[in-house]
Structure formats: structure tokens, C-alpha cells
Design a protein around this ligand. Structure first.
Ligand code: DP6
Length: 333
């Protein structure tokens, strides 16, 4: 067992969305999603076993101590997963938790629709395994991360990752070298934390949106089409389906009572600007999540044209590609 482990995990951006949960289990998705683990932005998490009990786990995110019900559920599941592996060591999981200090930093805006909770919980699951030297399978860590946040299940793998409806864990669809030309250009419209979390949003929509059952039914065909589009590296098909998926997801929100609107005027301006680019023959589409940010999807060959169209914007876009997934940065005995 180590006394300290530092790991990194990257957010996973959904190309077809997980939006809504089954009535059973913890964060079991009502829709199948396919996402890309990103390279270029990351959560870095250091887990330390202190000499004495701290009433832990003490968790800091970007320097601020956080209490979140997600962590309670996560650590209850972690106890079930790790306890049997710790038997030989003579240390109980509750002792470890008591002494655990977690320090997590994102090098991108937290809670602003860039999937920071996904990489945060992914890093925590991966980091516990590194700290305790339990060498669990990725799929077990994916299931653990999911108990903290559904989309986090996808961050345990690099490249393109799928998380099937009704499943408890994600699996890799294609590695990070599958589509090296694929790019995501993030336009940060607002770096402020959103008012309604994805979780609160999707739970409210399930209760009150008349479109929710149709969204769930329709997502099945979008998932199947996206799967083959990604495997074929077909940018036109990938972009077109990604657009349908996020816009249909937002349709569930607009139809809810009360309606939920994450968009800002600039989000819509960017959507239109990308449409103009497409009409000029530039192969670019976009996706959005539960926040105002717009993420353009294109290939390297069209990147310069996309960036040129937005050169007047104050904040610079972030250019990302497929990432390798979580990594151990260093460990201490
Ligand atoms: C719009 O994974 O944050 O980003 O499972 O309740 O923690 P919980 O929700 P979360 O929701 C992600 C929603 C999304 C789409 C996606 O990433 O698939």
C-alpha cells in the first residue's frame, strides 16, 4: 500500500448523451451514450493517507473543501469493492477513509458544462486503486466511478467509450489512436458554475417532460448510428448524429415544467456561425451539455477554417483531441 498517489483523469465528452436514469440502481443510465475522453484538459488528484485520523475523507476541489452527497455514495460503494482486497493487510477500509485526504485540481472551469464531475470521480476511483495497490480491473473502477457520477464511468478508458443503457459500467469502443484527426474545439461562453446540475436537471426532466419517453426510445437508434459512425471515422455522420443527440436532449428540457434553459445568447450565435461554415463546405458540427459551452467537432484539416471564423472572440477556444485515459503520475511508499 502507498501513502500517497497522484493520478490524472480527463473528462469524457458525450457525442450521444446519457440523459436520464433508470429507476433501479445508482446512476444507471436510461440512454446509451458514447463519449470521447479528451486530451489537453485534466483533473489531477492526490490522495494521501495522513498519519492520524482526520475525520476523513477530507476532499478539496480546486483548493476548497467540499461536502457532497456524491462522495458519500461513492465511498459506500468503494468500501464494498476494496474491503475484500484489504483483508491480508490488516487495515480496514474505514481506517483508510478516516485518514484520507484528497486534493483535486482541474485545469479547466469546474461545473460549467465541461464534464468536470466526470473526470473528478474517475480520478478518485482510479486514484484509490493506485493508493491501495489493489490493481482492480478498469471495468470495476468504471462501475465505482459511476456510483459517484454516471458520466464518470466513461472516464476510466481512453479514446471512444460507450456506456450502454441499463449497464453499470462503461467499455472502450476504440482507443485514442483510432481517429487521430478528430478535434473538439471548446468555446467557453461562461466560466461560471451552472445553476442547475446535470443530475438535478435530468431528474427533473424525467418527472415533468412529456418528451422524455420519446427521447429514451429515440436514443437507441442514435446510439447505434453513432457507434458505426465512430468506428468508420465518418465525420459527417458523427457530427450529424451528435447534433441530433444534444438538440433532442435539450428538447426534453424545453418541454419540462418548469422548462430548463442552459443556453446563453452567445451559445446560439456560435451554433449559427457553425451552420454558416457548414454551408461553405467546412465539415464542422457541435455538441453541448448541461451548460452554455459549445463544443465544435471537426477534423484537423478543417480546424484552421473553424478557428479563423472565431478569431474575434475574446476568450480563446480550447482545442482538444482523443486522450489516453487516466494515468498514475507518481506514488510514495
Ligand atoms: C449532459 O454524469 O453529471 O453531460 O450521473 O447524475 O452525476 P450524474 O450526471 P452526470 O450527467 C452528464 C450529463 C451530460 C451527458 C453525458 O455526459 O453523457
Amino acid at each position: 500500500m502507498n501513502t500517497q498517489a497522484t493520478v490524472s483523469a480527463q473528462p469524457n465528452l458525450a457525442l450521444v448523451k446519457y440523459w436520464g436514469k433508470k429507476n433501479r440502481g445508482i446512476n444507471v443510465p436510461a440512454t446509451s451514450s458514447i463519449g470521447l475522453t479528451l486530451n489537453g484538459i485534466e483533473t489531477r488528484t492526490t490522495l494521501t493517507l495522513m498519519d492520524r485520523g482526520t475525520g476523513g475523507p477530507r476532499i478539496k476541489v480546486n483548493g476548497t473543501e467540499l461536502q457532497d452527497s456524491r462522495f458519500e455514495v461513492f465511498f459506500r460503494q468503494a468500501e464494498k469493492l476494496f474491503s475484500p482486497r484489504l483483508r491480508q493487510t490488516g487495515i480496514s477500509f474505514s481506517d483508510i477513509i478516516e485518514k484520507l485526504a484528497v486534493d483535486s485540481t482541474n485545469n479547466f472551469p469546474t461545473a460549467a458544462g465541461l464534464a468536470s464531475s466526470s473526470s473528478g470521480l474517475g480520478a478518485l476511483a482510479f486514484g484509490l486503486d493506485a493508493l491501495l495497490e489493489t490493481r482492480l480491473e478498469r471495468s470495476a473502477l468504471s462501475a465505482l466511478a459511476r456510483s459517484g457520477s454516471g458520466s464518470a464511468a466513461r472516464t476510466l478508458y481512453g479514446g471512444f467509450v460507450e456506456f450502454r443503457e441499463g449497464s453499470t459500467r462503461a467499455r472502450q469502443l476504440a482507443g485514442n489512436d483510432h481517429w487521430p484527426e478528430f478535434r473538439v474545439v471548446v468555446f467557453t461562453v461562461s466560466a461560471q458554475a451552472k445553476k442547475t446540475s446535470s443530475r438535478a436537471g435530468m431528474n427533473a426532466i424525467k418527472k415533468s417532460s412529456p418528451f422524455f419517453p420519446a427521447w429514451v426510445r429515440n436514443s437507441r437508434s442514435l446510439y447505434k448510428e453513432m457507434r458505426s459512425a465512430v468506428l468508420d471515422r465518418d465525420i459527417e455522420k458523427t457530427g450529424t448524429i451528435a447534433r441530433l443527440s444534444y438538440l433532442r436532449m435539450f428538447a426534453t428540457m424545453f418541454a419540462a415544467n418548469p422548462p430548463l434553459v442552459y443556453w446563453q445568447p452567445e451559445s446560439i450565435e456560435i451554433i449559427h456561425a457553425l451552420e454558416d461554415l457548414r454551408s461553405q463546405g467546412i465539415a464542422v458540427w457541435e455538441t453541448m451539455d448541461a451548460g452554455p459551452q459549445v463544443k465544435a467537432l471537426c477534423e484537423e484539416k478543417d480546424l484552421a477554417a473553424v478557428l479563423a471564423a472565431f478569431h474575434n472572440r475574446e476568450s480563446r477556444p480550447i482545442i482538444l483531441s482523443a486522450g489516453k485515459g487516466p494515468e498514475v503520475i507518481e506514488t510514495w511508499k
